[in-house]
Design a protein around this ligand. Structure first.
Ligand SMILES: Cc1cc2nc3c(=O)[nH]c(=O)nc-3n(C[C@H](O)[C@H](O)[C@H](O)COP(=O)(O)OP(=O)(O)OC[C@H]3O[C@@H](n4cnc5c(N)ncnc54)[C@H](O)[C@@H]3O)c2cc1C
Ligand SMILES: NC(=O)c1ccc[n+]([C@@H]2O[C@H](COP(=O)([O-])OP(=O)(O)OC[C@H]3O[C@@H](n4cnc5c(N)ncnc54)[C@H](O)[C@@H]3O)[C@@H](O)[C@H]2O)c1
Length: 510
């Protein structure tokens, strides 16, 4: 994130910077030795530092950030993207208004500048949580500057040296570059720059049909850009459940996002008309001209410049710092958490990993009682409209692991509240072990699938099976009733001719 330019420097971005990288900040004088030195103040680093310092045990904790406290999530990730998505949903409400008996105005005007200003205002408003001031008050020594490992358990920041007992690498990731001829020269946006836009790009090409590409393509299209999404595989969101991804793909097409699937971007050039993309699809070459290109084609871990080789921390430029299940690197005194070392690149995953690191660095003497990453039950949500939420195994994972499974799928077309809401595009799919009510995974597609998935995450984590879910009373009418319907559907599969006969006798006798 080092190259991020926070712009425009309006009152909101000034407020943001005052919180997350105050211009007048002077680094403290380091103590003799820190219990923990944490590198990177994104979610992972902030949670480690706040967790360790906030215990009231007098632990000495240093937190080093080279750019903006809050990292990607606050500044150029979850927070700004969800604010922009919210505005775009308002537009979609207008598009659909007629089916609710509400006549929209002939023309829905989007003030793109106002959308982005709203985002900047909200982002600044919540930035105190991640601020230098708050962390200083928590007792953390905050150092602003680029951190680099040195000899003898030290980290250098500028001309200061921090000695540590244990260190944590939480330096995150950035948008992966594409080595496409002419792309760099033509110029492109990434998540680091797209939220600085003040004017709507009229023609926008989005490269990559993963979560970033799909969320942003839909949002920008709804806000009035002509969006073309180039994805290299045959289907967008191709790591998700195929039925779920299909619903989002059809929604994007219906709304007017132009999808180019199986696309290879060959080269880019600038012309007077704009940025010209030359791409191939099924062997045929085509061109298109746009005003802006947004790259969302995966992430590269921030491993450079840390001197990791010197301290024996192994890493890979693509997958990041190598860690074991306890989040310990190949140097036993150095741990890692978040996007720098994990496949799960989510804020809540960085948070959960940070809690593991606190336990394993500070409260597991001789390795006793260490927590493991593999014990986590990790949900995630793609905030397209409708959203896709997932937790646990996919059918394919279960097959690969040789686990026999059964699947229950409830369409939202059969859920009263979804019908009333006009939000029937979606489903709840639950995967359970064959012959058992044990839930192994679930995918939900719904307008607010993210709000629904935690019930199933809790069921998996708390080892509550479908029998228990079936007994849980769900308020009527809610879309979450689909989960109970799935559990009831499972219960019905347990009825055998003998148990049915028995129930018949009981009914006669009653
Ligand atoms: C557009 C977008 C939308 C997203 N939406 C969601 C979402 O809705 N939900 C969700 O769960 N996740 C979302 N994510 C993912 C989420 O933002 C990341 O998983 C999360 O921010 C990872 O946190 P982290 O602490 O590992 O890394 P980061 O947030 O990247 O923080 C790392 C920090 O380390 C600093 N740093 C790097 N090198 C050094 C160094 N040498 N010295 C000092 N400091 C250094 C960086 O400046 C940065 O501040 C989104 C990401 C993007 C890009
Ligand atoms: N809602 C969320 O939680 C959320 C939102 C945004 C991002 N994120 C996190 O950030 C990570 C990064 O997101 P992302 O979407 O950039 O990465 P991604 O790796 O998840 O998806 C990128 C997609 O782009 C495709 N691609 C790669 N090169 C391409 C090319 N040259 N042309 C066309 N397509 C190409 C890939 O096949 C892939 O499917 C995600 O994995 C996710 O963990 C999370």
């Amino acid at each position: 994130m080092s190259q991020t330019i926070v712009s425009p420097m309006d009152v909101y971005n000034q407020r943001l910077i005052a919180q997350v990288h105050p211009a007048d900040w002077t680094n403290p004088t380091p103590v003799d030795r820190y219990d923990l030195v944490v590198i990177g103040a994104g979610t992972a680093g902030l949670v480690v530092a706040a967790g360790a310092a906030g215990l009231g045990l007098g632990l000495k904790v240093a937190l080093v950030e080279r750019h903006l406290m809050g990292g990607d999530c606050l500044n150029v990730g979850c927070v700004p993207s969800k604010c922009v998505i919210r505005s775009s949903r308002v537009v979609a409400e207008f598009w659909e208004a007629r089916q609710f008996g509400v006549m929209p105005p002939d023309q829905v005007e989007v003030d793109f500048g106002a959308v982005m200003e709203r985002m900047r205002k909200l982002r600044a408003g919540i930035s105190y949580n991640d601020s230098v001031e708050r962390f200083q008050k928590l007792g953390v020594d905050v150092f602003l500057g680029q951190a680099k490992f040195g000899a003898n358990q030290t980290v250098g920041v500028g001309n200061q040296t921090l000695r540590y007992k244990k260190a944590v690498v939480a330096t995150g990731a950035r948008a992966a570059n594409l080595s496409v001829p002419g792309l760099a020269e033509a110029g492109y946006l990434t998540n680091e720059t797209v939220f600085s836009l003040v004017e709507r790009p009229q023609r926008l090409a989005v490269i990559g049909g993963g979560p970033i590409g799909c969320e942003m393509a839909q949002a920008f299209h709804r806000l009035g850009s002509d969006v073309i999404l180039l994805h290299k595989n045959a289907h967008i969101l191709d790591r998700e459940d195929a039925d779920a991804a299909e619903i989002v793909q059809q929604t994007l097409i219906r709304e007017g996002v132009q999808l180019v699937l199986g696309a290879t971007l060959e080269r880019v050039e600038r012309s007077q008309a704009g940025k010209v993309l030359h791409f191939s699809q099924n062997g045929a070459l085509s061109t298109l001209t746009v005003d802006e290109i947004l790259l969302g084609a995966g992430r590269s871990p921030n491993v450079e410049g840390l001197n990791l080789e010197e301290v024996g921390v192994e890493y890979d430029k693509r997958t990041g710092v190598k860690v074991n299940d306890h989040l310990q690197t190949t140097n036993p005194r150095i741990f890692a958490a978040g996007d720098i070392c994990m496949d799960w690149k989510f804020t809540h995953a960085a948070d959960a990993a940070a809690r593991i690191v606190i336990k394993n660095t500070l409260f597991s003497p001789f390795g006793i009682g260490r927590s493991k990453l593999s014990d986590l039950v990790m949900p995630w949500v793609t905030y397209s409209d409708p959203e896709i939420a997932h937790v646990g195994l996919y059918e394919q994972d279960a097959q690969n692991q040789g686990i026999e499974v059964e699947t229950i799928k409830i369409s939202l077309k059969d859920v009263d509240r979804a019908i009333a809401d006009g939000e029937t595009d979606g489903f709840v799919k639950i995967l359970h072990k064959k012959g058992s009510d044990r839930i192994l995974g679930a995918t939900i597609v719904a307008r607010h699938a993210g709000e629904m998935i935690s019930e199933i995450t809790l069921a998996i984590a708390g080892k509550c099976g479908l029998n228990t879910l079936s007994n849980v009373i769900h308020p009527y009418p809610t879309q979450a009733e689909a989960i109970k319907k799935a559990a009831d559907a499972y219960r019905r599969t347990l009825l055998t001719p003998t148990s049915q006969k028995l129930l018949g006798i009981l009914a006669k006798l009653s």
